[in-house]
Design a protein around this ligand. Structure first.
Ligand code: PNS
Length: 185
């Protein structure tokens, strides 16, 4: 029987629960799903490609038909190299639509035989993006429930040591300035 392979390309910096929701959905409808991390030397990512590969491999190891890979250059050419006939992308809100439509139609122009398949993540992740997760975590906010625990831990490790959870506790008012205070031993 004909095996349908799909690629799920993206930056995954970092992987969120929205990405994992989509991987789960994709794993159910495709015979093989390749999570493909774009290696883009121009961007300054928070997590290195190797770190993102490590996290995604750990988070998807329970799926027999999901594997993690990296690529650069055109997505359509990568898809051809791995024998994928579908490209999976997630659509959250209407605001995603225009960009995703442009990409899907450009990819279709470049490689008509590659079909883009859009799936919607669970509603509770509809506002979630890697960019917002990075921003909130970098400013010391909680991303609990938005990213897997492994990613949460790795985010903490990336932050300014002064903001690492566990080392600091309450936030005290000092004049108008809010300050973090060291936990009393
Ligand atoms: O997670 P992202 O950043 O939204 O993913 C975007 C991605 C990687 C899918 C897109 O930038 C991409 O396909 N880049 C590879 C270069 C390419 O093929 N460009 C033409 C796409 S129309």
């Amino acid at each position: 029987m004909h095996k349908v392979t799909a690629i799920y390309p993206g930056s995954f910096d970092p992987p969120t629960n929205g990405h994992l929701d989509l991987i789960e959905r994709g794993s159910k409808i495709f015979d093989e799903l390749v999570v493909a991390i774009l290696r883009n030397a121009e961007k300054a990512p928070l997590f290195s490609v190797a770190e993102r590969v490590g996290m995604l491999e750990a988070l998807t190891s329970h799926y027999e038909n999901v594997r993690v890979d990296t690529f650069d250059g055109l997505t359509v050419e990568y898809a051809a190299r791995v024998g994928a006939s579908s490209l999976l992308r997630g659509i959250r809100a209407l605001t995603d639509y225009e960009y995703e439509l442009q990409m899907a139609l450009m990819n279709r122009k470049l490689r008509p035989e590659l079909e883009t398949v859009f799936m919607m993540p669970a509603e509770k992740y509809s506002y979630l993006s890697s960019r917002l997760v990075r921003e909130v975590a970098q400013l010391g906010g909680s991303v609990k429930g938005l990213v897997p625990e492994l990613v949460e831990q790795n985010l903490r490790g990336k932050l300014d040591p002064a903001y690492r959870l566990g080392e600091f506790a309450d936030i005290e008012e000092s004049g108008k300035k809010k300050m973090r205070t060291r936990k009393k031993a």
